[in-house]
Every structure is written in C-alpha cells, then in structure tokens.
Write a protein that binds this ligand. Structure first.
Ligand code: C5P
Length: 236
C-alpha cells in the first residue's frame, strides 16, 4: 500500500476539497473519493487529485448485474486510480466481472487493486439479522463474503479492524484488509458501530486504515493526520 492512512474526502464540492488539502502543502496523500464527492464532481476531480501527486481510492461500492459492473469497471480503469471497490453482496460472478472489466480497461495504466465491502462498519448485528434478514454473527457473514471475494480473485476486503484476525486466518497474509471505523479516544462515534483506534487496527493486522471525520472535521487536520500516522508506525 502507498500510505497506511487513507483520508476519506467526504465533501460535496471541489472547492471544499481544495480548501481541506491546502494546508497539506506538497505532501503526497492517499485519498478516498466516495460517492458524495464523485457524484458531484466526477472524473475531473480524480484527475485533479492525481495531478497533485495523490493516490486515489475510488470508493463507489459497485453492486449491480455482472455485465453492468464489467462495463462500469472497464471505463473506470481509464481513470488510473489505485484502489476501487464493489459490494461482496453482489456475488462471486459479479466480482469476477469487476476484475475482468478492470483488466480489459487497463490498457495504459496498471490495473487498480479491487476490494470488496463485506458488511458496512455502520451495520450492527441486530440490523443485519432483523432488517437485512441475514442470520448469524457479523463474523459469519464477513468471513463468508471475504472467502467469496478471494474466490473471485479480488485483492482484499473492506471490513472493521475487529474482523481482520479471522480474515487473515481464512484468506492469508497477502489479502488486503482496508479498515474504516477508526476513532481516537476523544472522538464521537457518529454512525459507526464496529470501531477501533489506529493502534488497535495495526495490532489486529489491518493493511491500512480509512479515516474520515476524525481528520476532516478537526480544527487541525494536518496535525491529527500526522498523529495518526505516528501512532500507526509505532504500533506493532
Ligand atoms: O468519518 P469516518 O471515519 O467514519 O468515515 C469512514 C469512511 O469510510 C466513510 O467515507 C465511509 O463511506 C467509508 N466506509 C465505511 N465502512 C465501510 C466502507 C466504507 O465507513 N464498510
């Protein structure tokens, strides 16, 4: 991975992004562009971030019929992003088509890494069982979806840090585990349910962490980013 701390750019406009990035001066960051920003600003914004030397995780969480995902991924591959994702709930065939689309579209650029969202870190076991009608523990579903992602030849999964140890057991050391739901001791939990600190995430074996509001809503985002990076580097 390019940087162990991915900053989630959960903003709606390019102006907000530029304002946020301005104090980072010439640092090369790993930035996550999610649907809030991409649906407003589109590929131009991704090109802009790349032109500034940043790596991009395009967090669009694709979930559709296999052919549509194939075609979408074939187009997205042209953007030359570093990381992209799908929902594992779309099934193995859909995930295979995602990889195929990325490979077919990566004519000039290297194929982006592709990971699968297992269960959103905002989902509790009650919501999963009662509302989504999926029985069992979060661990059962996450493990099952991670194995499906591996069968489809994806590069890894998005999951909570709490789920990393058993994903390592079933999918091996090289399988990426990208983990949101990161909070410092004094932070609001907000809508997240399965959270951990940067140190816990590293100790549990996360490949890298995704941090949004803890950095983006801070008064001193550059300082908080570096604190988190230091915590990560010092943890074992
Ligand atoms: O502000 P916070 O650190 O909670 O932001 C987490 C980011 O990670 C958000 O952009 C959210 O969309 C994303 N994410 C997540 N859980 C997943 C996948 C992505 O929180 N399973």
């Amino acid at each position: 991975m390019l940087q162990p701390v991915i900053i989630a750019l959960d903003f709606s406009t390019r102006a907000e992004v530029e304002g946020f990035l301005q104090p980072f001066s010439d640092e090369q960051l790993f930035l996550k562009v999610g649907m809030e920003l991409y649906y407003q600003e589109g590929p131009d914004l991704v090109n802009y971030l790349q032109s500034q030397g940043h790596a991009v995780f395009l967090d669009l969480k694709l979930h559709d019929i296999p052919t549509t995902v194939y075609k979408a991924m074939r187009g997205i591959a042209n953007l030359g992003v570093d990381l992209i994702n799908v929902h594992a709930a779309g099934g193995i065939e859909m995930m295979k088509k995602a990889i195929e689309g990325l490979e077919d579209g990566s004519v000039i650029n290297k194929r982006p890494l592709c990971i699968a969202v297992t269960q959103l870190t905002s989902t509790s076991v009650e919501t999963m069982n009662e509302e989504l009608n999926i029985p069992g523990t979060i661990q059962d579903t996450v493990e099952h979806y991670a194995k499906n992602a591996e069968k489809a030849n994806l590069d890894g999964v998005v999951c909570s840090p709490l789920e990393v140890p058993f994903i390592r057991d079933c999918c091996g050391e090289r399988f990426l585990t990208i983990t949101p739901g990161i909070r410092l001791a004094n932070n609001d939990v907000n809508d997240q349910k399965r959270i951990a600190s940067p140190v816990q995430a590293k100790e549990l074996g996360s490949s890298c962490i995704v941090v949004g509001r803890t950095i983006t809503r801070s008064e001193k985002p550059v300082i908080v980013y570096h604190q988190i990076l230091d915590m990560w580097r010092k943890a074992e």
